[in-house]
Write a protein that binds this ligand. Structure first.
Ligand code: PEP
Length: 251
């Protein structure tokens, strides 16, 4: 049985005190209401050590939103995979569309980050997804295939269990627009097929594929009911306890 996951992506929100308080609230909630869904909080770097400490004895796992492409050295302002690992964090998001767009991270760089994160012992939530123009021109499958071929599919089979894929149509992130459940299912099924072609049936069937893009309590159940949608990567709604917990419960 593949794992169901809901991961919150806090993006660049909350100062240290607010972030720690919020992590404590989420941690307490899932201690009092245990769930079989894997719950992850991907926080800004400054929160990570404190959040990992808070989550240590609970059911929720900490994660980062990015990592450096180099292991260590003179890279002012960067945070390495090893540093992330040393905080107690378990996951790292790689290839979020905001990193691809605003920081020009390309597939080659994302591939380097992915391999480094995995060799450091982190699990990777690898994001892919098309922009609106690509969907409108019917190129969305081709775009996602290239992102996976060039960014992810050099991961060796024996390490692929450390990968979760997040399909996030860029036109749906933070816009209030959501892919329809059928659009999400169609792409998730396609992605699983690509993984099957490359890595075989067992790995493809075990792979968790998350949907991301304006997921909220009101639309989560319908999207998550699709057979190839194994949970969500949640931005805006992960900053509100009621919304985030309701989305986890929708899985
Ligand atoms: C995201 O940041 O990955 C995301 C899906 O954001 P939102 O839920 O706000 O669209």
């Amino acid at each position: 049985m593949r794992k169901k996951i809901v991961a919150g992506n806090w993006k660049m929100n909350m100062d240290l005190a607010d972030g720690l308080k919020f992590a404590e609230t989420i941690n307490d909630y899932f201690i009092s209401k245990p769930t079989r869904t894997g719950v992850i909080l991907c926080t800004p770097f400054i929160h990570l050590a404190g959040v990992s400490e808070i989550l240590k004895n609970g059911k929720v796992s900490p994660g980062a939103q990015n990592c450096a492409s180099e292991p260590s050295g003179a890279y002012t302002g960067e945070i390495s995979a090893q540093m992330i690992k040393s905080t107690g964090a378990r996951y790292v998001i790689i290839g979020h569309s905001e990193r691809r767009t605003y920081y020009h991270e390309d597939d080659k760089l994302l591939n380097k980050k992915t391999l480094l994160a995995i060799s450091t012992g982190l699990e990777v939530i690898f994001c892919c997804g098309e922009v609106l123009k690509e969907r409108e021109s019917g190129n969305h499958f081709e775009v996602v295939k290239k992102q996976l071929d060039d960014g992810l599919f050099t991961v060796p089979s024996e390490e692929f269990k450390k990968i979760t894929i997040a399909y996030e149509p860029v036109w749906a992130i933070g816009t209030g627009l959501t892919a329809t459940p059928d659009q999400a299912q169609e792409m998730h099924k396609y992605i699983r097929g690509l993984v099957r072609d490359k890595y075989g049936t067992e790995i493809a069937d075990d792979l968790t594929i998350l949907y991301g893009g304006s997921c909220k309590p009101s639309n989560a159940s319908e999207i998550f009911s699709k057979p190839d949608v194994d949970g969500g990567l949640i931005g805006g709604a992960s900053l509100k306890k009621e919304d985030f917990c309701a989305i986890v419960e929708a899985v």
